[in-house]
Design a protein around this ligand. Sequence first.
Ligand SMILES: CC(C)(COP(=O)(O)OP(=O)(O)OC[C@H]1O[C@@H](n2cnc3c(N)ncnc32)[C@H](O)[C@@H]1OP(=O)(O)O)[C@@H](O)C(=O)NCCC(=O)NCCS
Length: 215
Amino acid sequence: MHIHDTALIYPNVRYGNSIIVEPFAILGIQDRFHPESELVIGERAFVGSRCTVYAGVQVGDDFDISDQSTVFYDNIFGNACRIGPKAMIKNGCRLGNHVRINAGVFLERVIIGSNVFIGPGTTFTDDKHAPCPHYADCVPKSEVGDFVSIGANVVIAPGIKIGHHCQVYAGSVVTKDVEPFSVMAGNPAKKIKKFNELKCSAGIYQKPFEWWDSQ
Ligand SMILES: CC(C)(COP(=O)(O)OP(=O)(O)OC[C@H]1O[C@@H](n2cnc3c(N)ncnc32)[C@H](O)[C@@H]1OP(=O)(O)O)[C@@H](O)C(=O)NCCC(=O)NCCS
């Protein structure tokens, strides 16, 4: 266990063994509307410098959050979730196991399965006509199934459901629900092939994403 002297850990934080907390991280700060809540972190967590994880968050084992990322109130993550630097996880997200959120991602009110990759700069929107006072009553949470890879700088429209075993290519704008086993590209994103038609051009794997089969 190593907690840097400059890290600020509030008394409402419970964490497992072997946690590492880097300089100026803040754990357990309370949302002003939810003063009772605690922060629970599993075993072997790594918390990078200047990260903020609010109270009202629960994360599993092997959590890894890089420098300057923020996780707000009301988020629940499974095991082995990794958050890249400068990511912004706002309220109401649920992540399964082995979810990788890259640098600069924005998430709010998104339910994500297990074995999911979200590329740098990707944004999940959740308000059709921002800033609508009733946005949360208007659109349901967005959903991403298991075994999904979303590329860099993708924009997902509010309330979209992406089925399991899908890839979304870089820079796409997803405006409609995506059926399982789809590969999507473009703006607006269209299905360009089936997931099982993807090829590993370098020939290293028989098919891309087969590394997920062993998890
Ligand atoms: C890398 C990548 C662009 C490769 O594309 P590719 O090798 O051309 O892929 P495909 O052969 O499946 O392309 C099929 C078609 O879709 C087009 N296409 C590929 N990527 C596209 C994209 N991002 N947007 C729009 N169209 C795209 C191709 O030009 C091709 O069109 P064509 O048939 O008219 O020539 C694509 O796989 C991708 O975006 N991967 C995700 C990369 C990423 O963001 N990684 C995140 C971690 S850094």
